[in-house]
Design a protein around this ligand. Structure first.
Ligand code: ASN
Length: 317
């Protein structure tokens, strides 16, 4: 009893320290700038905003294990949303919607191995977007344009803050370099993503990750995938993932079997696909806290938050 009181007092202290950091209001101003500029960019480009869902009978299976986060309600199981990938595809069933975005809170109860990466939070926000009838080239160019738009806006709105936080204003980038996972791995070994991120001074694309069933397999080359990650330079690592999507029933089932996804959990989604319903789409989502961290050159993404959400640590608020 005594010990527990002591621990709680320490945790309270740590939480209040985290909350009272003088840097926090400045970092939050950068983050708010990112979100405001992104809204403006999306509006100019004609994307429709969807409100986020925090609970759903189906959610992203992810390509790594996390602690289960489901609750019982109205006699069924609901998952806390890990991403809105399926809702993005399904929303585009509406003939009047051609492109959408969502400021989407995601809960991913990561195991302790992700506590020290500097890039993971067990609760974070991604800005998720999806286009009907577009391909990877379109989405990659869209994101490159978005980054330049947001960075130019921040330079204009908060130049002093940027100088203070990162030592210089934000750059404008030409077309980002493109690499493939298998080639980098062959050249640099298993830690290729991190090594390349440290080496680069501009954001770059990394193509072809084997992961969830919903990222499209290249019909021209089985076993390779039409997906893309944005990797921030200077060692900041992955900041967005996206892809062209599987939308054909037989191919979705093949990919589910490949990666070991339980079909039963996705039975209604499969029914929609079988009845020819799923539209052909491509999209992506970028981590808001990760972009903030990159801009402010912070050591750990947890420094972006008012309330710490470091994987596998307890919190009192
Ligand atoms: N938002 C990502 C995408 O669009 C999926 C994810 O967050 N796992 O591909």
């Amino acid at each position: 009893m005594e010990l527990q009181t002591l621990d709680t007092a320490k945790e309270l202290d740590t939480t209040l320290q985290h909350l009272s950091r003088p840097l926090l209001p400045k970092v939050l101003q950068v983050q708010q700038g990112i979100v405001r500029a992104t809204h403006d960019f999306m509006f100019r480009k004609g994307l429709t905003q969807l409100m986020p869902l925090m609970l759903s009978p189906i959610t992203d299976p992810l390509n790594h294990g996390v602690v289960d986060a489901t609750i019982g309600y109205a006699e069924q199981r609901w998952s806390l949303t890990k991403s809105m990938i399926f809702h993005k595809q399904l929303a585009l069933l509406n003939p009047g919607l051609s492109s959408i975005y969502i400021i989407s809170p995601n809960v991913r109860l990561e195991f302790a191995d992700r506590a020290g990466t500097g890039r993971h939070l067990f609760e974070f926000t991604q800005i998720d977007f999806e286009f009907k009838g577009k391909d990877r080239f379109f989405v990659m160019e869209f994101m490159e344009e978005l980054v330049n738009f947001v960075f130019a806006r921040l330079n204009k709105e908060i130049p002093e803050l940027l100088l203070e936080l990162r030592g210089e204003l934000l750059p404008q980038f030409e077309k980002w370099p493109v690499f493939r996972t298998e080639k980098l791995e062959a050249a640099l070994g298993p830690d290729y993503e991190h090594i390349k991120s440290e080496e680069m001074t501009t954001p770059f694309w990394l193509l072809n990750h084997k992961r969830e069933f919903y990222d499209k397999e290249d019909p021209a080359k089985q076993g390779t995938y039409l997906n893309y990650d944005l990797i921030w330079p200077e060692g900041f690592g992955e900041g967005l993932s996206g892809g062209e999507r599987e939308h054909e029933y037989h191919q979705i089932r093949k990919r589910m079997a490949d990666v070991g996804t339980n079909e039963e959990a996705f039975s209604h989604y499969l029914t929609v696909a079988k009845e020819g319903g799923l539209p052909k789409t491509a999209g992506a989502g970028f981590g808001v806290e990760r972009m903030t961290r990159f801009i402010c050159r912070l050591k750990d993404v947890d420094e972006v938050t008012a309330f710490s959400r470091k994987p596998f640590t307890s919190a009192i608020f």
